[in-house]
Each structure stands twice: as C-alpha cells, then as structure tokens.
Design a binder for this molecule. Sequence first.
Ligand SMILES: Cc1cc2nc3c(=O)[nH]c(=O)nc-3n(C[C@H](O)[C@H](O)[C@H](O)COP(=O)(O)O)c2cc1C
Length: 226
Amino acid sequence: MPEDDRMKILGICSSPKGSRSSTLRLVRAAKEGAEENGAEVELLDLCQLEIKYCNACQTCYKTGRCVHKDDFQGLYEKILAADGLVISSPNYFHSVTAQLKTLIDRMADAAHCQLLTGKYCCSLATGGSNYDQVTGYLGDLMIGFGAFFTGSAGAEMSGGPAALEEGERKARALGRSLVDDIRNKREYAEQRAVQQSIRSHFKELVRMNKENWKHQYDHWNSIDWR
Ligand SMILES: Cc1cc2nc3c(=O)[nH]c(=O)nc-3n(C[C@H](O)[C@H](O)[C@H](O)COP(=O)(O)O)c2cc1C
C-alpha cells in the first residue's frame, strides 16, 4: 500500500497521569497491535490539549463550527479523518474522566449528523476495581455516533501487575482486530440495527429543527437522508 493510503488510527488517552498512566499502557499496547497489522497510529494525550466546555449554544448545529477557539477543531479533524479510533479512560466514579467527557460533549454535531459512520472503534479502560462500566459506556457511545465497535479491553488495578500485563496482551490483540475490521469492512448486524434506529431518531430531530439547524439539515440533504 502506498504510504498515503495506509489505514489511519487515532488513539486517545484521557488519563491526567501522563507517562505514569496505566491506561496509557493499554493504549500503547493497542497501538503496537494495530501497527503490527499495518496501520499508521497516532496517539494523543487529551490532557495536554485545551478543550473548553460545550456551552450548548447550537452554533455548530447551524454552521458546523464551534464558537470556541481552542484545540478542539484540530483534534476533531483528526477524529473525522481517521479510519479507526482507540478511545480510552481510567474509571473515574463509574464514568470517563472529565477531560474525555468534555471532548464528547463538544461532539453533539457529530452525533446529530452521524459523522463516525463507516469508522471502527475500540475502547480501553483501567479501574481500581472495575473498568467495564467505562469500556461499555464508550462502546455504546461510539455506536451512537454511527461507528462500529470492535470490542474492548481493560485492567483492574486491584489485580496487581499481572492484571495490567493481561490487559496489555488483550489490548494488543484488540488493536490487531480493529485493523482487521477496517480492512474487511466487517459488518456487525446487531450494531447495525441499533445504528439504524439512532439514525432515524436524529434525522427526525434535524427535520423538526430544519429552520434553525441549517448545517445539519444541509448535511442530511447532501447524503439524501440515507
Ligand atoms: C477521581 C478518581 C475516581 C475514581 N473512581 C473509580 C471508580 O469509580 N471505580 C474504580 O474502579 N476505580 C476508580 N478510580 C481508580 C482509577 O480508575 C484507577 O486508579 C485507574 O487505573 C487510573 O488510571 P490511570 O493510571 O491511567 O490514570 C478512581 C480514581 C480517581 C483519581
């Protein structure tokens, strides 16, 4: 494959612990697996970026652009250009970190327009005693944006170093599977059914608001409401 045509995967780590993060170890393992399988992977530390809170002004619904001037736009362009996403977080009170939630909230336009359609994602998490609350949430979220969900991996830190090593092994395999899914355009029938119902919901919502949400109405028109 020519260099430019290489499959692109974006890995996002949202732990504030930088290089000391256990979650980062999982993301690095997934990156290695994906690279071994031929993808080009960029890994981003979300906590190094300035991403302001969504203020629910709906300007992005009307224009496709956010009013804030910060690091979101550059990151969003990378997300939209990627074939696959590895999204990760430590478990913070049964959910993702505030930094990741802030990014997610800035992506309401992508949800309404289903802009992750055609992409594949996987989720990674660590927790003191539970990680699947987070990986499950992120999986449902990605399907809600229109993407297929390849799967998840994680580690419970109460299990000690062996649990993290096992999580890394699974994350590495998941990275490989993510690339296989993208390459083979794998169809997940159950996820497709959920996506169709979410799509119908957002199409209806945008139609109802067509006077105000011009960008979103134009977007759905441009793809013939399919
Ligand atoms: C603010 C905060 C809240 C946390 N809440 C939970 C929790 O609800 N459940 C859990 O299992 N672990 C919880 N933990 C533990 C972290 O998820 C765990 O230490 C994780 O491995 C940290 O990942 P990191 O090293 O990548 O930052 C919490 C930790 C912090 C700092």
